[in-house]
Design a protein around this ligand. Sequence first.
Ligand code: B4P
Length: 191
Amino acid sequence: MRLLIMGAPGAGKGTQAPALAAHHGVPAISTGDIFRANVKSGTELGKKVEALLAAGDLVPDSLTEEIIADRLDQPDTANGFLLDGFPRNMHQVEALDAYLTSKGQALDAVVFLDVDPEVLITRLLRRAELEGRADDNEETIRRRMDIYSSETKPLLDHYAAKGLLVDVNGIGSVEEVDARIQAAVKEHLAK
Ligand code: B4P
């Protein structure tokens, strides 16, 4: 099973990805988590991306695409994967398509978590209080939202045209959203 989970910053991708991935017996792979782990442990990659993350800017495509290709080459993806936070622009979509084609593989579904912008900002500011993530301040959140609207949101049309998009209402409790995702993916795969 090869899945993507997409949505604006704060839509619940990282929150929902582990359960969805576990349900399908595949690893959840988050580019954001990979970058943050590298920043935390002070690796060369971490040093390269720290300022970009803190500003809410995207990490360069070449770097992100190389990291994803290396990660997808690991043996635990033999039965598939769930990508959280990748692809984020058309260049990354094309890189993923090229990677999958080279392996004779294809995506099964793209889950889109649909959440109102007002709710997103409230969630992220709350996370700022709880976790103190460097990119959860009002200015950076706005920057991430702008990049999402201009670069990532248009990808939804691309996946809808391919018949892969699974639209899910992301407002409600974590458990409610999880149940909606499971039901919608099941229905999509049965088509
Ligand atoms: P990400 O880690 O993807 O950050 P995000 O968009 O904020 O999503 P995240 O998964 O963390 O949050 P979630 O919506 O689950 O990216 C961070 C940065 O990494 C980017 O800005 C960029 O710099 C870089 N990056 C990542 N991928 C890249 C790529 N492909 N190319 C280039 N650069 C890349 O949750 C948010 C909050 O909402 C949480 O506190 C959660 O508890 C809460 N929440 C979730 N669901 C809820 C619900 N149902 N009800 C109430 N609260 C809920």
